[in-house]
Design a binder for this molecule. Structure first.
Ligand code: ATP
Length: 221
């Protein structure tokens, strides 16, 4: 049976999750307290209903307890977002993803039992900032508060050298987990792999080590 989703809050973020899940053929219950928003999604989601998600009885009536994964995408009204999270954790929903508006909001959500907190504006800001540092930095993904994965193009300082020449682990403390070369992906590349122009390295490590690696090997002078 297909997993069922509910999206609460149909702003830009919640709305795009709802659209994407629907395009993928997933059943989605779309909820907002703004009738105009709900009207926009009535032909997109499997069901679109007007409800205030801080109203426990209203959520119960919608049968939200039977939904596998609820996404709470209420932005500005932090109080409503927190209250909704508390109600849904009390209901014992298997999976709750909540959009955090700021770091303080994120901390509270983690404490009250949201099992997945997302912070799209902050994460996108970080990714874009890294790509601005060098055109060789292609992507940046946060794994935790202090660890990330970075995808970088082999630049002038790396092409023609083997991984053992560069000794990225000993010199910078991070690990090359894979190398994309044309359409191939080489997971756990061997130490004698010689880097070619246009190779893409996927590197994992502590943020401070990744910074060091970027500064010394990725940013062309
Ligand atoms: P985005 O940046 O994704 O557009 P946002 O961060 O500006 O969103 P808001 O517009 O504040 O977020 O909220 C998203 C949606 O959540 C709105 O459509 C709003 O009507 C809805 N919403 C706010 N509070 C509630 C509530 N208590 N119950 C249901 N929906 C709510």
């Amino acid at each position: 049976m297909k997993r069922e989703y509910a999206v609460i809050g149909l702003g830009r973020f919640g709305g795009s999750i709802c659209k994407e899940l629907s395009v993928e053929g997933m059943p989605v219950l779309a909820i907002d307290n703004d009738p105009q928003k709900v009207n926009e999604y009535k032909n997109i989601a499997s069901h679109a209903v007007i409800a205030d998600s801080t109203d426990e009885a209203a959520l119960k009536e919608l049968g939200i307890k039977n939904i596998d994964h609820v996404i709470i995408a209420i932005g500005d009204n932090i109080q409503a977002s927190i209250l909704t999270t508390v109600i849904l954790t009390d209901f014992g929903i298997k999976r709750i993803t909540v959009k955090a508006q700021n770091d303080y909001h994120e901390k509270i959500l983690n404490k009250i039992g949201a099992d997945h907190v997302v912070h799209p504006e902050r994460d996108m800001g970080k990714r874009i900032a890294h790509s601005l540092i060098s055109s060789n930095i292609l992507d940046y993904l946060e794994l935790s508060d202090d660890h990330s994965i970075v995808e970088v193009k082999a630049g002038k300082k790396m092409v023609g050298k083997t991984l053992i020449d560069l000794d990225i682990r000993a010199n910078y403390g991070c690990n090359v987990v894979a190398i994309k070369s044309n359409k191939d992906i080489n997971v756990s590349p061997s130490a004698d792999y010689s880097l070619k122009d246009d190779d893409i390295l996927i590197v994992i490590g502590a943020d401070k080590d990744i910074s060091k690696f970027e500064k010394h090997l990725v940013i062309d002078d």
